[in-house]
Design a protein around this ligand. Structure first.
Ligand SMILES: [Zn+2]
Ligand SMILES: [Zn+2]
Ligand SMILES: [Zn+2]
Length: 314
């Protein structure tokens, strides 16, 4: 079992050998693991972007997960990325939900915040594309205001392509009889909206999702405790270390380095109860190279780099 290999060719159906023995009807499937700009990034010919262009297995879609109720045959997408057309196929295929001659859409979309990698995929639910009717969008009130008051997003509202379900912080919401989620506030650049993280609960387990955060210290919660009480954690792994950012003022980097997180969460990883993965990887990330030293360090310390297609039964 090696969960750290590059993702399988995404257009093939992925026969995932990594299922846990203790399967349930609730599944989180990772649909993407790159920072907002994707991998390869437009116009970038750095080592990682070149590798991703030469071999699709090293490319990464932008961070997103599908939350799936296999019993109800329903799925929800957490963050609507610019890659959502490919990502929704991964989810439709997994749920075997492909009605011919009819419009297919997820049963809802959850949003963290209004940076380009996290919400702009909503455009594909609009008039120029599938034109959904009242697709439920779960988001904060500041996100609702942003989308309602700025084009082209406001057209999704006026044409009723989407309907808002405003979520309150720290309050548990039921998506299906088996799935609930609790949103919480996370410090992160907030030019347009606030920024949420999510705790997702299934039948037996919980998953913590925090793809974008300024730093663990800036948060009013303890990442150690939050991770410890989860079974799986998918955390901000934008940058591996300052080495990949020569000339940048470290104090202005708006993300925790993976190297710092390995130290901060060392005890939780050693305890072995929580699987901790890093996601939202920038194209510069040293841990992208599966043969590199950075990746080796992550894995030796009991952590993982998330990859497209991996699944967690909750
Ligand atoms: Zn982001
Ligand atoms: Zn690059
Ligand atoms: Zn962001």
């Amino acid at each position: 079992m090696n969960i750290f290999l590059p993702s399988s060719k995404r257009r093939l159906s992925i026969d995932d050998p990594r299922k846990e023995k203790d399967e349930t009807d609730v599944l989180v499937k990772v649909l993407g693991t790159a920072q907002d700009g994707g991998l390869p990034q437009i116009g970038c010919y750095c080592k990682n972007c070149l590798m991703a262009r030469e071999d699709e297995r090293y490319s990464r879609l932008i961070s997103s997960i599908a939350i799936i109720d296999l019993g109800e045959k329903k799925f929800f997408i957490l963050d609507a990325t610019p890659d959502i057309r490919i990502q929704s196929d991964l989810a439709f295929n997994r749920v075997a939900l492909r009605k011919q001659g009819r419009k297919n859409s997820p049963h809802g979309v959850l949003l963290t915040h209004a940076h380009i990698g996290h919400y702009t995929g909503l455009m594909f639910f609009g008039y120029e594309s599938i034109s959904t009717h009242k697709l439920p969008v779960y988001c904060s009130s500041s996100m609702k205001n942003f989308l309602s008051n700025n084009g082209p997003w406001s057209q999704l509202v006026s044409l009723e392509n989407i309907s808002f379900h405003v979520i309150s912080l720290e309050k548990e919401f039921l998506l299906t009889p088996r799935i609930s989620f609790t949103p919480f506030l996370v410090p992160h650049r907030d030019e347009y909206t606030d920024n949420l993280g999510f705790r997702i609960s299934g039948e037996k387990r919980e998953l913590l999702y925090v793809p974008d955060i300024q730093s663990w210290k800036a948060w009013n919660r303890s990442i150690v405790e939050e991770t410890r009480k989860s079974d799986v954690a998918l955390l901000d792994g934008t940058f591996y270390s300052s080495e990949e950012l020569p000339g940048r003022d470290i104090s202005k980097i708006g993300h925790p380095f993976i190297k710092t997180s390995l130290e901060t969460l060392k005890n939780v990883a050693d305890e072995g109860k929580t699987k901790i993965y890093f996601t939202h990887l920038n194209h510069s990330n040293l841990a992208l190279d599966p043969e590199g030293e950075a990746r080796k360090e992550v894995e030796e310390k009991g952590f993982g780099i998330a990859s497209e297609g991996i699944e967690f039964f909750l």
